[in-house]
Design a protein around this ligand. Structure first.
Ligand SMILES: NC(=O)c1ccc[n+]([C@@H]2O[C@H](COP(=O)([O-])OP(=O)(O)OC[C@H]3O[C@@H](n4cnc5c(N)ncnc54)[C@H](OP(=O)(O)O)[C@@H]3O)[C@@H](O)[C@H]2O)c1
Length: 252
């Protein structure tokens, strides 16, 4: 049985906002000790206070995941504080789309550095501990949940490099799944469609471009994704959910 998250330790990246924040709150409410990772420390502290008020436990860690050293520090501080690591949710990400002639190359670099390199660094640092948890914990299984995107399944105009990073996340997740599934580390990739978060606020005109592509949709809520993560990590040990595409019902 793995339904109970009591005594588990989860790292959630992107916990200062949107999908990551909702996932962190959800796992903490289910009994997990949650490590909250992002760059905006005040937001992480506020979330930690909120979790504490609801009788949960968390550890806010300010880190820029574009650095491999920072990712290693996050894992080391997690182990120092809680002694183990059972669940990793890679939700940190940026989306800076636009016309490929106009878009500065630094925006492309930013997406590669967070969406792919950050996820890659943290997963690598976490793997030895996840392996140990799958061997020794009561659950006898551990979890990595990577937040990709529908853009990780379908490429579209003006979304080239964002899409490329998310295709890479989807591909790496499947390869890691095959590599570690016999050791009971479950890898899941979630590919959400449009979700109401700050993701679209970082670039002027992002929403307009999206609406042109898909029409005006009733967006998913961050809690919809968080509830899905909850279902994945509390599924029985025998059951690995490999890939989940979640779209707003009216997103074609
Ligand atoms: N919203 C959607 O429609 C949608 C759809 C499909 C997939 N997604 C994916 O869902 C994930 C979460 O995005 P969201 O929609 O919740 O957007 P969001 O509200 O903008 O959250 C993004 C998070 O990533 C963190 N982050 C960005 N750069 C970072 C860095 N260098 N180091 C550490 N953390 C960093 C941000 O924290 P700080 O700024 O505090 O560092 C923030 O917590 C992303 O991977 C995104 O691609 C979103």
């Amino acid at each position: 049985m793995v339904e109970n998250l009591q005594k588990t330790v989860a790292i959630v990246t992107g916990a200062s906002s949107g999908i990551g924040r909702a996932i962190a709150k959800n796992l903490a409410a289910a009994g997990s000790n949650v490590v909250l990772v992002a760059r905006r420390k005040q937001r992480l502290n506020d979330l930690a206070t909120e979790i504490e008020k609801a009788n949960g436990q968390s550890l806010p860690i300010e880190a820029d995941l574009t650095s491999s050293d920072e990712a290693i520090r996050v894992v080391n501080e997690t182990i120092d504080k809680f002694g183990t690591l059972d669940i990793l949710v890679n939700a940190a990400g940026v989306m800076l789309n636009g016309d490929s002639i106009e878009t500065p190359v630094k925006d492309w670099d930013a997406m590669v550095n967070v969406n792919l390199r950050g996820l890659m660094y943290l997963t690598k640092a976490a793997l030895p501990h996840l392996k140990e948890s799958a061997e020794k914990s009561d659950r006898k299984v551990s979890d990595v949940v990577n937040i990709s995107s529908v853009a990780g399944r379908f490429a579209a105009s003006q979304v080239a490099i964002y899409s490329a990073t998310k295709f890479a996340v989807t591909a790496a997740t499947e390869a890691w799944r095959q590599e570690y599934t016999r050791q009971h580390i479950r890898f899941t990739v979630i590919e959400p469609g449009k979700t109401a978060t700050e993701l679209f606020d970082h670039r002027v005109g992002e929403n307009e471009a999206f609406e042109k592509m898909f029409g005006k949709v009733e967006e998913l809520q961050a809690d919809d994704i968080a509830n899905t993560v909850h279902f994945i990590v509390t599924s029985p040990r025998r059951m690995a959910i490999n890939e989940v595409v979640i779209r707003p019902t009216d997103q074609a």
